[in-house]
Write a protein that binds this ligand. Sequence first.
Ligand SMILES: *Cc1c(COP(=O)(O)O)cnc(C)c1O
Length: 582
Amino acid sequence: MNDEVDGYFYHPLDNIEDTEIFETAIDRKVFSHRLSPERPYTYWTLELYDQDNGIRGGGGLGVLAADTRRVAEQVDVPFVLITPFYPSETHQKWEDGKIVDEHTPVDYSAFGFNFVDNVYIKCCGNLCKLDVIEKKFESTRILAVTEPNFGELYSGLSGSDHRLYQEVSLGFGGYQALKLLGVKPAIMQLNEVATFFAALVRLDELASNGMDFYEAVVYTRKHTLYTNHTLVQAAEAEFSYEQFERFVFPNLKSKAVRKWLHDKFIDGKIKLSSVTIEIAELRSGVSKLHARVANYHDIAGERVKFKAITNGIDMRKWVLPEIMKFYHDDEILDEFDIPTSTFSEKLKALSSDEILSFKEIGRAILNKTLSNRPDQNGEILQFNPTDLIFDFKRRFVDYKRPNLPFKDPVRLRAVLEPYNAHYILTGRVHTGDERMATILSEVLETVSKDDYLNSHVHYIADYDEKLAYALSVGSNVAINVPIVGLEACGTSWEKDVANLNLLISTHDGGVADGSMNSYLNVYGANEDEEREELYRRMEEAASAWQNGFDLEVLIQKQLQEFLPVISGTRMLNDYLNYLLPE
Ligand SMILES: *Cc1c(COP(=O)(O)O)cnc(C)c1O
């Protein structure tokens, strides 16, 4: 990262932009006049995390896609989500001191998908047959392409033939699938550059059906939104011209489009971001900080501007129903789950007794979920309502620092023991990430050497939606300590805040949409300082759970700052206002 970006991050961001206040309810007129079942909002994603519908993703990108569709359903937006259906998925278990992957087949018909028809794409001189399957809801649907050898999500390297095949299948196959249904996209949202091919097919369709090429470019650009989740363009994998000759060019009908694409290669290589930027006039980042610092350049070398639309969550999925009822009954959220104009004032009525009673309900859900998920020692955990639980639940990747609290086990024990507190650690290690698999083994080795930690720090394997929900509703304190500058948004902290957990976090991603003193902020000039601050914040949080007044103040402050950010309907409203301005 360059100095300019560094300097930016360590500057307190609190006053740079005022937090927006979302007073208006969703404007239904926008939906009925600009979008229709035949001309819907289309959302393209290689990853969907929606276990109720049989699709397990890898992390936040997929959860966001599922939440966006559910929120569209809730407010009657005509919306089609187009994604691959992967016929196999990975589960993980802890065995003999290490993490082990297991692959299980998934059958789409068990999840209410119907077969629609076949479509064909050209790959390596062959015609590849894809199944189009569909699951219909009220105003939304999931449209998926699949075939028996489609492989798993993120199988292979990101610049590999197989990945290109999956991406081309989604774009070319998915576009044909829409045609089968008689649907034309009013707008196309590209969830990351892997979905670029969908916009390319549209351009090709327009240009090969008689529209002037430049008009077709203008038209496609105007209706395409590229949503970026990655900070640095340099990290992106490249494809070669030769790979495109096998997988992409044969599927294009328009000579002009082929020529356009041909000219985008530099030294025989292409980065999908460079062409996605050209084909999408609308571009968004997933938090205010991320949109400001994402370092992307177009082909002319100009820095790309991203509109900040911070990720929200589908509150009806992720928040304890009893807490949602309280938000609605007390006029904190309106009927669309958007904070009311008086929500901040109304939150002052939230008492510590209520917080504790909600936690008791959530704790029972956590116990139920844990009843068949042993920890690293094979123990089945069951907690009392009064037990204090810290949790860290997120993908095991370097920048999220799952091992930060374990670097000083003596100090960690000194934090936990006075409160007889537990620490639950969960998160998937990306298949093939030997480095993080080793770090996890080392953390648990450290834990096993201390009798207190061994009985109070629990690793639960195979992190998924269910565990994410159970911990959000059932634990007390959430720990989120990405290296500042590397988290695009993050949404698990939103699940925690909405479910009345205390949040300990570095000032990064969507958390940096709010002010630094609205949650238990971890700040330090270096990692040692940050770790020490983390322990102090853990002590502060533990003490607050024993003191009703402190707890009320801290929880109210978090909600006052973050409820407008967390609301998924607010997010969808922001997207609609950006895509379809009045
Ligand atoms: C919410 C959620 C995520 C998102 O995690 P972040 O680290 O906050 O981006 C990932 N995986 C699952 C299973 C989730 O439920």
